[in-house]
Ligand binder design. Structure first.
Ligand SMILES: Nc1ncnc2c1ncn2[C@@H]1O[C@H](COP(=O)(O)OP(=O)(O)OP(=O)(O)O)[C@@H](O)[C@H]1O
Ligand SMILES: [Mg+2]
Length: 378
């Protein structure tokens, strides 16, 4: 697939000229003529590189650059500042605003092409993971059906949109639904891995079992095939898989299903962040209180409480009372959206990809940004 480059310049001739040069080099080109347009296109089209003019009528290139760097969705996109200014102070200002490189107008087509190529190569190497270890995020429902699979899938899709390279996984042979919900059919790579002994778990073996969704999201799932339900999971094997995934998923997100059991007790401590899902019904909240107390014994600083408000409940208690009861801050609220949840599932897509502008999608994107910020700051 051709790499996508966003060119931002208020001068149409300059846009056409650079656009043509890049198209000749095989890149897909999109254009914006104002700073505002550039910000909108950067978030919606997620280009692989942005070439940014400094002097624009509505907002200068430095401000656009700073805004792009301040938004987790766009902060990783490489930026080349492109301008007629040649003073050293302007270059410094560009780098301070977060630019990766600087080109002065007029530029020779060969220089433009080689800088673009170098920057894209560097950023794709970074995206492949480099040497740093990936984080692990567990998603655990207080009870069944509260939305663990939905949140896992949407977090994965949102983090992929943020130019990360996540893997989503479940440990639920016989009741796994990640693969089938994403329209991948009966992918059961994780069941195959779970049937192995600890010594048989390797990075290569895991990579061979990963399936890829059309969006590029990597999936390691079990199926609901009843015979898979007969697999006895050894917590040691599960832990070995999680440890290897730290080198593969950047990050790895685990659909942990619901409730507490020996497996959850063991692997919850392998998670850098544990997202606990509740709904606002009184019964669920009482269940949540007990589960959270148990989890907090080993995971106090890592719990990320999220309310999936799947059903519209008019008599629900005020949020501060819920926080008081559960002794945890509510980090996100996901609104009811049955129609979208249904349509996205029928299409085999996460809601954030199926309808990016829906309220529930922006809530899920925010959750992804929040989780990402917390794990990055560790
Ligand atoms: N915000 C939402 N609004 C409306 N429906 C939702 C929402 N989130 C999820 N759903 C729907 O609720 C149902 C259950 O969600 P999901 O399968 O994610 O729950 P789960 O916790 O993984 O369930 P299980 O315990 O069976 O694994 C699905 O049909 C899903 O599409
Ligand atoms: Mg599920």
């Amino acid at each position: 697939m051709a790499e996508k480059i966003l060119i931002v310049d208020d001068d149409v001739d300059s846009l056409k000229l650079i656009g043509l040069m890049l198209q000749r080099n095989g890149y897909e080109v999109i254009a914006a003529q104002t700073g505002g347009q550039a910000l909108a296109k950067a978030t919606n089209d997620l280009p692989d590189l942005i070439i940014l003019d400094v002097m624009m009528p509505d907002m200068n290139g430095y401000d656009v650059c700073r805004r792009l760097r301040g938004n987790p969705i766009t902060q990783q996109i490489p930026i080349i500042m492109f301008t007629a200014k040649t003073l050293i102070d302007d270059k410094v200002a560009g780098f301070e605003a977060g630019a990766d490189d600087y080109l002065t107008k007029p530029t020779h087509p060969a220089e433009l092409a080689s800088r673009v190529r170098a920057i894209l190569q560097r950023s794709s190497a970074k995206r492949q993971g480099g040497s740093s270890k990936g984080s692990t995020i567990g998603v655990l429902g207080v009870k069944g059906g509260v939305g663990a699979t939905t949140v896992t899938m949407n977090l994965g899709a949102a983090l992929l949109n943020m130019k990360l390279n996540p893997v989503i996984a479940d440990f639920r042979p016989g009741i796994g639904s990640l693969g089938i919900t994403l329209g991948l059919g009966n992918v059961n790579g994780m069941s195959k891995l779970l049937a192995r002994s600890t010594g048989e778990i390797s990075a290569d073996g895991i990579n061979r079992e990963i399936a890829t969704h059309t969006s590029g999201l990597r999936v390691l799932s079990c199926t609901s095939h009843p015979r898979e339900g007969l697999i006895t999971i050894s917590p040691d094997t599960a832990v070995a898989i999680i440890k290897e995934l730290r080198n593969i998923g950047k990050p790895s997100i685990f659909d942990l299903g619901c409730g507490y059991n020996p497996l959850i007790s063991r692997i919850s401590t392998e998670m850098d962040r544990l997202i606990v899902l509740v709904d606002p019904a009184t019964v669920t909240l009482n269940m949540a209180r007990e589960l959270l107390q148990e989890l907090a014994k080993h995971n106090r600083d890592r719990i990320h409480l999220v309310v999936v408000n799947r059903a519209q409940i008019n008599l629900q208690p005020p949020w501060h009372e819920v926080e008081h009861l559960l002794e945890h801050e509510i980090r996100a609220i996901i609104s009811p959206s049955p129609e979208l949840a249904y349509q996205a599932m029928e299409a085999g897509m996460p809601m954030v990809s199926f309808q990016p502008n829906a309220i529930v999608s922006s809530q899920l994107n925010k959750l992804a940004e929040d989780v990402y910020k917390v794990i990055e700051s560790k």
